[in-house]
Structure formats: structure tokens, C-alpha cells
Design a protein around this ligand. Structure first.
Ligand SMILES: O=C(O)CCC(=O)C(=O)O
Length: 450
């Protein structure tokens, strides 16, 4: 996982720690009323939702990965249903294993009885089944429903591809399955499912944006410190989404200025067969880490990430600021750590809990404009064939490229909704071919607290 040098805020009098967190009542009545108003605004905004490093290659085994921090819990999110409809299912030929959409016809409460939900298994309508919701009480009834759901899904779902069963042990049906509203709020009772009339179940326990279809737009409002955003889907496997903008000019400039004096060669975490090789075989950029909640700008960005990815702040690594000058790059790699490739590295195996924990998603921001080159390439987007040349940024035959633009972000998932590794998430940073420096920032979000 490489040496983690974190850039921490300078504090006036000796203490190296950031200021302690204070509760709202310690802030004075005016600020407290302000916070309440802001929370209400966020709640209202959600009610209008219409949602629709890393290793250096997968199949060649020429990989290595980076890592590094900590966070603190994000504020409790207000429970909001959102308004996803069946049009948010994926095309039948693009199932997302471990993502189930439950729909109820018009039920808004269980009225002491039993209601049957239709289950769209793996996010498509190809293998529908049903499950009963009984109002026997809160979370107990939810667990019973998940057990019944696991049995229903197993009965209709096609067998797993070999790779699912052999490589990953994250999903323990249904103890760690997560149930969410389409707005990303965690559901804790069957009553909440009935109230919303729809729920998403993720076997891996974490919310994963459904993607829906290439070109699909998901509107989100009330993003902390930012306002409204649109998530645009570019690929369903892996899920690749862009958000533009997701950072103001001032925020981008501030983060780059913080990191600039600390830039050092970017590390990679080598897989067993690559230990001892120079990292520059794959990655030639420089980088710096900003400690979690370094200052109010960084903290605000982290709040934004937690809200968009629907995962607590505790799951995020500290921001990693990247700099590529002309000709520098990061060849295609994955951001997850496949335990099969780190068998001789007990520290890494502990970090990924032998396959039960991993990087779930990456939010990568571009902090500068680059006239030519500097794209993020996904050579296996749209479930494309394995690639032989991990240095290639040519997508004329397969794959997609996201061009950099200051303030724009790309969100992609390294894990599938069932918690297993998505080998199609292979991606790389192409070298800028013009003279501008490419600045970028990585935020890696883990499937459990980091
Ligand atoms: O710079 C990019 O576009 C990609 C960076 C990346 O893949 C990484 O740092 O893991």
C-alpha cells in the first residue's frame, strides 16, 4: 500500500489535529436555525429526485495498486424515497448481478397485513419473481423479507459466471444485503418499502447507481455546497458516469495550491508477481494526499462525495491530487485489489479482509483543462474484450475515453452490486500530448469503513 504521507492543515498553536467537531447546539442559535433550514432544503430537494491506486492491468497480471487515510461519519441523511420508475431498469441483455428492484402496486402502508412485491432480479425484467412483505415489525420483518428474497432470486436467476463464484466471498446472503430507496437512503423496515412503493436491494450491501442506459441522465438537487447536478451514464459495465461540473474553479485552484508543494512520485501497490519492479513501469505522474477534512473546502468536497455515492464519509480515502506533465500517464489498471494477486502480502490481504472489503467506487475530478490528450480511458467499457496493450489510449475499436475538463468528474464502480470485482472497470490515465499540465484528484470510496 506504499508509504502514505498525508498533507495536514497547518494549525496556529502547536496541535497537529484539526479543530474538534462541535455539535449544532454549540454553534449558537442563529447558526443552528441556519443548519435546520439547510437540512429542510436538502430534504425538499430529495423529494423531487427523478433518478433515473490501483493496479496496472487485469488479465495480463501486470498489476500493482496504490492506496492510502481516514474519515468521519457524514451527517445522518434524511429519509427520502426518490421517484425511480421501471424505466430505470437496465436493458434485459445488460443485467447487474446482485441489484434487485422491488415494486409495489400502489401500497403505501402494510395495514397490519401482507403485500406482495414484484422483484426485477438483477435490474432487468428478464427474470421477475415476487416476495411478500409482512408487517410483523420493523427490521425483523425486513430480515425475513430478505431471506425470502434470497430464495426467490436463487430460484429464477441463471447460474453465476465461474469468476463470480471462485474469486469473491463478499456476498453473504442476505445478512449484509443493503436495501435503499432510489434516492440512496438506506431502508430499515418493510414499512419504508411500502411507503416508497419501490426499493433497490444490493447484495454487496452498498448503493450502486443503476446507470439505466447509456445517455441516461439522473438529476440530483441539494448537493452540499454545490446545488444541482446531472449524472450522465456512459457505460453500464463498468458503470461510468460523468458529472459536469462537480467542483468550482475556486475549489479546484485551492486544492491544487494545497498539494503543489508536496508533490512526489505516484506509487503503485505491486501484485505479488511485480514486487521489486519500478512503479514508473505503469505510472509516471506525481501526487500528494490531503488529510481527511484538511480544511473546510476539502471537508465540503468530502460531504459532496458521501452524498453522491451514498456511502458514509468513513468509507473514503483522503483525496489524492495527481499531476501529469506532457508524456506522463498511468497505464490501464483496476482500482480494486484482487486478493488472488496479493497472496504473499498479508498486510494487503488484511486490508481487503481476504475478499470481504475493497474499493467500491472512484470519483475522479479534473482540476485543469488539457487541449489534447490526458483522457481517462476505459478500454473494456461496454463489456469489451480483454486488452493486450495496457498503454494504449486508442478506443477506435473498443472502449471509451473521458476527456478532461476543469471541474468535471467521472464516477465509476470497481465492484458490482453483489460486491464482486468488476474486471471491466479497467482504466488508465492517458498522457497529455499538449503542453498543459493535467491536474486531477482521486477519491476512492471503500465498501466498508476505510
Ligand atoms: O488520471 C486519470 O485519468 C486516471 C487516474 C487513475 O486511474 C488512478 O489514479 O488510479
Amino acid at each position: 500500500m506504499g508509504g502514505k504521507k498525508l498533507l495536514r492543515p497547518k494549525v496556529a498553536k502547536g496541535s497537529a489535529k484539526p479543530a474538534p467537531t462541535v455539535g449544532p447546539f454549540a454553534l449558537g442559535p442563529a447558526l443552528y436555525i441556519g443548519l435546520l433550514a439547510a437540512a429542510l432544503a436538502v430534504a425538499l430537494a430529495f423529494s423531487h429526485l427523478a433518478p433515473g491506486s490501483s493496479s496496472a492491468s487485469a488479465s495480463s497480471r501486470r498489476r500493482a495498486q496504490t492506496n492510502g487515510g481516514s474519515g468521519r461519519p457524514s451527517p445522518q441523511k434524511t429519509f427520502q424515497c426518490g421517484s425511480a420508475e421501471l424505466k430505470h431498469l437496465r436493458p434485459d441483455d445488460y443485467p447487474a448481478r446482485g441489484y434487485h428492484v422491488l415494486t409495489l402496486d400502489g401500497a403505501t402502508n402494510l395495514g397490519g397485513g401482507k403485500v406482495e412485491a414484484t422483484v426485477h432480479v438483477d435490474g432487468t425484467a428478464a427474470h421477475d419473481t415476487t416476495v411478500a412483505l409482512a408487517s410483523t415489525g420493523g427490521s425483523k420483518a425486513l430480515r425475513a423479507m430478505l431471506e425470502a428474497l434470497a430464495a426467490s432470486v436463487a430460484a429464477v436467476r441463471p447460474p453465476a459466471e465461474a469468476r463470480y463464484t471462485s474469486q469473491w466471498s463478499h456476498a453473504e446472503p442476505p445478512a449484509n444485503w443493503g436495501v435503499f430507496t432510489p434516492a440512496g437512503a438506506r431502508i430499515r423496515s418493510v414499512e419504508q418499502i411500502a411507503k416508497c412503493g419501490i426499493a433497490y436491494v444490493f447484495e454487496g450491501g452498498n448503493f450502486v447507481w443503476p446507470g439505466v442506459a447509456v445517455g441516461h441522465k439522473t438529476e440530483l438537487s441539494g448537493i452540499p455546497g454545490f446545488g444541482n447536478i446531472t449524472l450522465i451514464t456512459h457505460s453500464l459495465r463498468p458503470v461510468v458516469i460523468t458529472i459536469e461540473p462537480l467542483l468550482s474553479e475556486a475549489e479546484a485552484d485551492h486544492v491544487v495550491a494545497l498539494a503543489k508543494p508536496e508533490m512526489a512520485p505516484s506509487p503503485v501497490s505491486h501484485i505479488d508477481s511485480d514486487v521489486g519492479k519500478p512503479s514508473t513501469e505503469w505510472r509516471t505522474s506525481t501526487q500528494a494526499r490531503l488529510a481527511a477534512s484538511y480544511d473546510s473546502t476539502v471537508d465540503g468536497i468530502e460531504d459532496r462525495v458521501a452524498r453522491i455515492v451514498n456511502v458514509p464519509k468513513t468509507h473514503g480515502e483522503p483525496l489524492q491530487v495527481l499531476r501529469y506533465t506532457k508524456g506522463q500517464h498511468y497505464h490501464a489498471h483496476t482500482d480494486y485489489f484482487d486478493p488472488e494477486l496479493y497472496k504473499e502480502q498479508p498486510g494487503m490481504l488484511d486490508t481487503v479482509e481476504h475478499g470481504r472489503k475493497n474499493r467500491l467506487a472512484t470519483l475522479l475530478w479534473y482540476m485543469s483543462d488539457v487541449a489534447e490528450g490526458g483522457e481517462t480511458v476505459f478500454p473494456r467499457a461496454h463489456k469489451a474484450e480483454a486488452v493486450g496493450d495496457f498503454a494504449s489510449c486508442d478506443v477506435s475499436v473498443q472502449g471509451i475515453k473521458v476527456p478532461p475538463k476543469k471541474g468535471k468528474a467521472v464516477l465509476f464502480y470497481s465492484l458490482l452490486p453483489d460486491g464482486s470485482l468488476d474486471e471491466y472497470s479497467l482504466h488508465g490515465g492517458c498522457d497529455p500530448s499538449s503542453s498543459e499540465t493535467k491536474w486531477a484528484v482521486n477519491k476512492w470510496v471503500w465498501s466498508k469503513a476505510y
